[in-house]
Design a protein around this ligand. Structure first.
Ligand code: SAM
Length: 385
């Protein structure tokens, strides 16, 4: 945990799940710059929130916690961000109902008077978020975006221009930049181009030629990932009433392939992204028989799966958390998979060869074999004994 000092107050903040050894802070210079600007630093007039404040894409709840006195509506696609926001509010004594946290499944507020946008890594996600919020923005809405310089491109500013109105940026401070956007209600309201559907190639086993649905911002939303493609060619061939988990399911292509290859299987799709789980549900329903058995969970890895209840876990684990490269999530997923597997159950993982997942799997499971490999990827199997 670390302490954020701002003119709004001092706040103890942590990421989620909280890990005392995690060196990464729950905020960055972009959050600090925005909070300073709201208080009138940098020689500007303070922004006095009046009416509905919406905070989009707050990474770990730093903005929501610092602005809790204004009862903001927080809109996020991330379960981890949602949990972090709740924990940080509680840790800093904010009333549990001071902040409303919405996901993509909830309708956005009807009117927003101050819109604060933490620019996401994915341009598509920003596009979809702005489209969803544009109807709530009016001539008097103050719109401020924030991000690290490396996250803000000409294409980012063009999106604000096209969907909300004229846009300019601030000077960079500590490698962060603000975006100021003046709403133009006369701009034509166009629908979001998301979700996007594409057809899979013909060499990916049970899902060959099938169509997958992708909501904005999910992993490989516009084309099949090459690691996933390799995985689809080497999935286990099993029959019978398996309980299968597609862990970190993205658009659900892996779990759908498992269900099509083994109609006796019941698949649980898990992701920490609400949009990913919504995508997986559509992909699965579009490609399987009506009533095919499956569950769709938004959550942190295997945390909500009962111990010793699963026969097979399939995963292409993440190795990024926002801009940071980390194997912490993969490691925690491997531990979670082991706990959820029955004796004899298997975890199958695809990963870049250089990530060295086999070392971790051997440490956690006591065994690991390479099922398939090419110069770039390996498919690994670890068995719970
Ligand atoms: C490399 S992508 C794989 C997506 C999909 N299985 C595929 O192969 O196309 C990893 C996925 O893990 C999800 N993820 C990241 N952290 C997670 C967590 N703590 N719990 C569950 N899912 C997580 C990401 O949102 C992302 O969809």
């Amino acid at each position: 945990m670390n302490r954020l000092t701002t003119s709004q107050g001092e706040f103890d903040l942590a990421r989620f799940p909280e890990n005392p050894r995690d060196p990464l802070r729950a905020w960055d210079a972009a959050d600090e710059y925005l909070l300073r600007r709201l208080e009138g630093a940098e020689g500007s007039e303070p922004v006095r929130p009046d009416g509905t404040v919406a905070v989009v894409g707050d990474r770990w709840g730093a903005l929501a916690t610092a602005l809790a006195a204004h009862s903001p509506v927080v809109i996020t696609d991330s379960y981890l961000a949602r949990q972090a926001t709740r924990a940080n509010l509680e840790r800093n004594g904010a009333a549990s109902d001071s902040v409303r946290v919405l996901s993509v499944r909830d309708a956005p507020p009807e009117r927003v008077d101050l819109l604060l946008v933490r620019v996401p890594k994915s341009l598509a996600l920003l596009e979809d978020q702005l489209h969803r919020l544009a109807p709530a923005v009016h001539e008097g809405t103050v719109v401020i975006g924030t991000g690290m310089v490396k996250e803000i491109h000409t294409s980012t500013l063009k999106l604000f221009e096209r969907i909300i109105g004229p846009t300019r940026t601030s000077l960079a401070v500590k490698k962060a930049r603000l975006i100021f956007c003046t709403p133009d209600p006369s701009l034509p309201r166009t629908p979001s181009p998301w979700p996007y559907r594409y057809t899979l190639p013909d060499d990916v086993g049970a899902v060959s030629g099938r169509t997958v649905t992708n909501h904005a911002g999910i992993f490989c939303a516009e084309r099949l990932d090459i690691g996933t493609r390799f995985f689809l060619k080497h999935l286990p061939e099993r029959t019978g009433p398996d309980r299968v988990v597609d862990l970190g399911c993205g658009n659900g292509v892996v779990g759908t392939a498992a269900a099509l290859a083994n109609p006796g299987a019941a698949v649980t799709f898990i992701d920490e992204s609400y949009r990913a789980v919504a995508s997986a549900e559509t992909t699965f329903r579009d490609n399987t028989a009506p009533g095919a058995e499956a569950d769709f969970l938004v959550g942190d890895g295997m945390a909500d799966v009962p111990p010793e209840s699963v026969d097979l876990v399939l995963s292409n684990p993440p190795f990024h958390s926002h801009q940071a490269v980390t194997d912490a999530t993969a490691r925690s997923m491997f531990h979670g998979a082991r706990a959820a597997l029955r004796q004899g159950g298997e975890l199958w993982v695809v990963g870049n060869r250089h990530l060295g997942y086999h070392t971790q799997l051997r440490r956690i499971f006591g065994n690991c074999v390479t099922v398939a490999g090419d110069p770039k990827f390996v498919v690994l199997r670890a068995v719970k004994r």
